[in-house]
Write a protein that binds this ligand. Structure first.
Ligand code: AHR
Length: 500
């Protein structure tokens, strides 16, 4: 059995948990919008065509924020196509996903859905095929109170009150050659800076996100961030990070260490932003927006480039295993650990496409395996993240070298006197004994220990027929002995231990 010790001191805090870390993403991609959140013909739809079963699960997931409308989709999108009477909206070709877009669902529908879901919107503007003017037009339409052509048009289209959208992405993955309107770092940085300046003239209260790299394996990673921030540093609030993880071949150990890889990625982007700050003699500590993250087996799916053009085809509908859920739970822990630097995070995506929620036309939506660690973390990781120190064995991985076998993150909520310990045992074959010294938090007792993973669950999935195969279940034996927490972590498991 592995032995891992951790020390938690209620005085040592990384910072308050930004609830925007529990964001997600809705893109006009596959069946995320049509057949996901919106399906008027479904027996589960309300009078606006929104699927109420998906809405219920979105709330249960604890989602606080949704990025919309893309993704790669946004780089060819004309936002005006999605406003005004539905009957008059044009059908367009979406080049990003080779899809026919009916524009039945647009800005007003999204804002109405967001209100029902209780989430804040995060809007992306098209800096692929479009530029400063169209970004300003959209912002004026959405946020200007009235008395201008576009804000009056919004009122005429049914929303006299401004939408008040605070968070705006300046394009999407502009470093990627696949992106419609792909640019080099200088061209994108210059455009993003000018767009940011102009948008702030319309609404100085907005927060802006510049595009970082599409993933840390991009050949331009690092240099892209440095150049883009040379142009935009003074004009934006965030630089974005995107990363998707997957098991390569039979290398489960490296896959289980994805949380470690995420830690390294965040560190590298933060260091690059701080390097630009130093060059500019600036005290500003730019925040990070991890606005696309998940496990994704992109190459297992038929590529959209090989499909006939159609409306809302089935694209990227990953079925996740228990192992994927352990990894996703650990990735969420990495985001929490960086709550002092990351202000926004969006799991990509919400429903059907690489998603924790699955929906089919004729049956009630269900929770994929990855839903469970996400929902439980959103529910119980509250208050502040503690600066937890851990000691324990290292695990050798082919991709990342030696990584800690056990990863621990703890949170504390002062009002409820609740302390939550999140722990992942990354070892595939051995259980771990976790011993946590609890300083400055006397009188705690164990409320519950929930665990997901372990040998039995790793290969299993949740399906429409068997939606509850994999979920977090009570684990035995966690106890506090003389101010020290003792818990046993199954091999390859994600754990949540609640203390009060
Ligand atoms: O989330 C799916 C796609 O992944 C997004 O459209 C794009 O931004 C990323 O490459």
């Amino acid at each position: 059995m592995l032995q891992c010790t951790a020390t938690i001191d209620a005085e040592f805090r990384i910072g308050p948990i930004d609830r925007r870390l529990f964001g997600s993403f809705v893109e006009h991609l596959g069946r995320c919008v049509y057949g996901g959140i919106y399906e008027p013909a479904s027996p589960y739809a309300n009078s606006d065509g929104f699927r109420t079963d998906v809405l219920d699960l979105t709330r249960e997931l604890g989602t606080t924020l949704i990025r919309y409308p893309g993704g790669n989709f946004v780089s060819g999108y004309r936002w005006e196509d999605g406003v005004g009477p539905v009957a008059g909206r044009p059908t367009r070709l979406d080049l990003a996903w080779r899809t026919v877009e009916s524009n039945e669902f647009g800005l007003h529908e999204f804002m109405a859905w967001a209100k029902l879901a209780g989430i804040a919107p995060m809007m992306a503007v098209n800096l692929g095929t479009r530029g400063i003017q169209e970004a300003c037009d959209l912002l004026e339409y959405a946020n200007h109170p009235g008395g201008s052509a576009l804000s009056d048009l919004r009122a005429k289209n049914g929303s006299p009150d401004p939408f008040g959208i605070k968070l705006w992405c300046l394009g999407n993955e502009m470093d990627g050659p696949w992106q419609v309107g792909h640019k080099n770092a200088d061209a994108y940085g210059a455009l993003a800076a000018q767009t940011a300046k102009a948008m702030r003239q319309i609404d100085p209260t907005i927060e802006l996100v510049a595009c970082g790299s599409s993933n840390p394996r991009m050949p331009t990673f690092g240099a892209w961030e440095a150049t883009v921030l040379d142009h935009t540093f003074e004009h934006v609030d965030y630089i974005s990070l995107h990363a998707y993880y997957q098991q390569q071949g039979d290398d489960v150990s490296s896959f289980l260490a994805s949380g470690y890889a995420m830690d390294q990625f965040i560190g590298a982007v933060a260091a690059t932003a701080d390097h630009v700050a130093a060059k500019k003699k600036s005290l500003k500590r730019l925040r990070l927006s991890f606005d696309e993250w998940n496990v994704w087996y992109e190459h297992r799916h038929v590529s959209h480039t090989q499909l006939e053009l159609s409306k809302a085809p089935r694209l990227q509908e990953d079925e996740f295993t228990g192992l994927d859920a352990v990894v996703v739970g650990n990735l969420m822990m990495s985001l929490l650990r960086h709550t002092d630097r990351i202000g926004v995070a969006c799991l990509a995506q919400l429903v059907n496409v690489i998603a924790p929620i699955r929906a089919e036309p004729d049956r009630s939506a269900w929770r994929q395996t990855i839903f469970h660690p996400l929902a439980l973390t959103a529910r119980y990781a509250r208050g502040d993240v503690l600066d937890t120190r851990t000691k324990g064995p290292l695990l050798h991985t082919a991709e990342y070298g030696d990584v800690p076998a056990v990863d621990v993150v703890a949170t504390i909520e002062d009002e409820s006197s609740e302390l939550t310990v999140l722990a992942v045992n990354r070892h595939l074959g051995e259980s771990a004994e976790l011993i946590v010294t609890l300083r400055d938090v006397p009188g705690l007792r164990v409320v519950e220990h929930l665990a997901l993973g372990g040998a039995l669950d790793l290969a299993l999935t949740n399906t429409a027929e068997r939606p509850n195969t994999v979920m977090a279940r009570p684990a035995d034996g966690a106890a506090i002995v003389e101010g020290t927490l003792h818990a046993r972590l199954q091999p390859a498991s994600w754990n949540l231990i609640r203390l009060r």
